[in-house]
Ligand binder design. Structure first.
Ligand SMILES: NC(=O)c1ccc[n+]([C@@H]2O[C@H](COP(=O)([O-])OP(=O)(O)OC[C@H]3O[C@@H](n4cnc5c(N)ncnc54)[C@H](O)[C@@H]3O)[C@@H](O)[C@H]2O)c1
Length: 251
């Protein structure tokens, strides 16, 4: 399929995990793709990498300007860079709350702000935000992370309303637990990584983790010009975790 032929895309957090799988898929489907990341050193042809920290407005503006210059315009923004946080509402300091909101929410705000003037010039403009099932289901030990993703969900709806008349669609994906380097780090830090992995797998009715490629497929669906009537939606990519209540298997 080459629905992105002739289009350009920018993927934040595109050097690893979901962002990298998305950048690769959009390129496979015909887009010219730039990646914005804290560490773009692993990004190579056909992608172009730009170093930026989404918590630093000047760095985001400079990287977006350089990326758009290289791409010759911008049709698609994938707002994906994010970090995790663990614990109940008592677990993290004010500084940590500010830091994680700064990356996960304000990072998307800064990038969208820098990209909107370019997206307005596109006939197929789309933004896809990487949200999470943590926005719509109560997960234990994820108070701070969930609060940031709830904000991303609301931001997606508000932006979709603000920009619909400008021809810019805004949607988000809500992944369950995805097998990325991030989850690898989380498992390595657990007391019993195998038991932790089994618990995460069992939480999803499919009985396995979501793959980064599966999330990339959903992001590409929302970003594609073929989805021109879809805006203001949150697409679950969670192995049924949000919507299904299967009975336990009989023993
Ligand atoms: N892995 C999961 O289970 C899962 C589930 C739901 C949602 N998500 C979301 O998916 C997104 C990507 O997660 P992933 O699992 O692919 O993680 P990952 O750690 O594999 O990749 C994240 C990328 O973001 C970059 N990044 C982090 N902070 C940045 C900053 N300040 N500026 C620029 N780049 C920065 C990192 O360098 C990295 O390349 C995040 O928004 C995360 O919240 C992940």
């Amino acid at each position: 399929m080459s629905d992105f032929e002739g289009l350009t895309a920018l993927v934040t957090g595109g050097a690893s995990g979901i962002g990298r799988a998305t950048a690769d898929l959009l390129a496979e489907r015909g887009a010219t793709v730039a990646v914005l990341d804290l560490d773009p050193s692993t990004v190579g042809e056909p992608l172009t990498g730009h170093r930026a920290d989404v918590t630093d407005d000047a760095s985001v503006r400079a990287a977006v300007a350089a990326a758009v210059d290289g791409l010759g315009g911008l049709d698609v923004l994938i707002n994906n860079a994010g970090v995790g946080a663990q614990g109940t509402v008592e677990a993290n300091s004010d500084e940590e709350w500010h830091r994680v909101f700064d990356v996960n929410v304000l990072g998307m705000v800064r990038t969208a702000r820098a990209c909107l003037p370019h997206l307005r010039a596109s006939a197929h403009a789309a933004i896809v935000n990487t949200c999470s099932i943590a926005a719509t289901a109560g997960l234990p030990q994820r108070a701070l992370y969930s609060a940031t993703k709830g904000a991303v969900h609301s931001l997606t709806l508000a932006m979709a309303a603000d920009h619909v008349r400008e021809g810019i669609r805004v949607n988000c994906v809500n992944p369950g637990t995805v097998d990325t380097p991030w989850i690898g780090r989380l498992l390595n830090a657990a007391d019993d990584p195998a038991a932790e992995r089994a618990a995460l797998e069992a939480r999803q009715p499919t009985g396995r983790l979501v793959s980064a490629a599966e999330v990339a497929g959903a992001i590409a669906y929302l970003a594609s010009p073929l989805s021109g009537a879809t805006t203001g939606t949150a697409l679950a990519v969670d192995g049924g975790m949000q919507g299904l209540r299967p009975r336990p298997e009989s023993r």
